[in-house]
Design a protein around this ligand. Structure first.
Ligand code: UDP
Length: 238
């Protein structure tokens, strides 16, 4: 297997994956490993767009209701994704990968505003595009952003990078009898309340027939394996 099965992918990296074992912030070894894996996949001729989360720095839902309201807390979460995106750009450019950060929350000194046609043009020119600022709206998540951006830019699949090997019947860290699903239907994710993606993101993928592959990012070379069509992780589709 040496030919990629996808031409354009959207890689969703959660804040949790970025923080590694630190419990907060960015683990720079993991950041460098992710950048290296992206470079490797690009060398196969695949267009790579990244949607980055912010949960390693700030998560709206955990702060909402304390002394700030949900919308403000969510804007803080969106700012956290911008910090992560700038970090990933730094790591990618350090190894010679041309990268553009596009933000849904305007911040012109740091990043380009998100313009769909321009994002597609960057990809056509071989640049990695990192989408930050989520959808730009409170009450959403970066998983929903991944579903939205993939639909907008013609991404064929969402590669959801996590710390586990796929989706399990229960938490494999707590239950040794937990079984991994090889494939799942969107409707099962919704009905069973599986924590693959939130319901908004899953529905958007379902409506647009966009497959999601959930896989372990921390095993080096896994992004390449997925892109080359190796059956790892869990595939969620119609
Ligand atoms: N967020 C938001 N709107 C969006 C995307 C993200 O309000 O369109 C906020 C929300 O508060 C969320 C935070 O940004 O908790 C970080 O994003 P997310 O939780 O999706 O990050 P991840 O879990 O992938 O690290």
């Amino acid at each position: 297997m040496s030919k990629p099965v996808f031409k354009r992918v959207v890689l969703k990296i959660s804040g949790e994956a970025l923080q590694g074992r630190l419990g907060y912030g960015i683990d720079y070894d993991i950041l460098a490993s992710i950048a290296g894996q992206i470079k490797d996949v690009k060398s196969l001729g695949v267009d790579v767009a990244v949607v980055i989360g912010g949960g390693n720095i700030f998560r709206g839902t955990s702060a909402a209701g304390k002394s700030i309201d949900r919308a403000n807390a969510d804007y803080m979460g969106m700012l956290a994704t911008i910090i992560n995106g700038i970090a990933l750009q730094g790591a990618l450019e350090k190894i010679g990968v041309h990268t553009r950060v596009m933000t849904a929350i305007q911040m012109q000194q740091l990043a380009e505003p998100y313009i769909r046609r321009r994002a597609i043009r960057h990809l056509e020119k071989g640049r990695v595009v990192v989408f930050v600022g989520g959808t730009g709206n409170p009450y959403f998540t970066t998983d929903t952003t991944a579903a939205l951006r993939a639909s907008e830019i013609g991404g064929e699949v969402i590669l959801k990078a996590t710390k586990v090997d796929g989706v399990y019947t229960s938490d494999p860290a707590k239950n040794k009898n937990a079984r991994k699903y090889d494939t799942l239907r969107y409707i099962d994710v919704l009905k069973k309340g599986l924590k693959v993606m939130d319901a908004t993101a899953t529905s958007l993928c379902m409506d647009n027939n966009l497959p999601i592959i959930v896989f372990n990012l921390l095993k080096s070379g896994n992004i390449r394996r997925v892109v080359l069509g190796e059956k790892i992780g869990t595939v969620v589709k119609g």
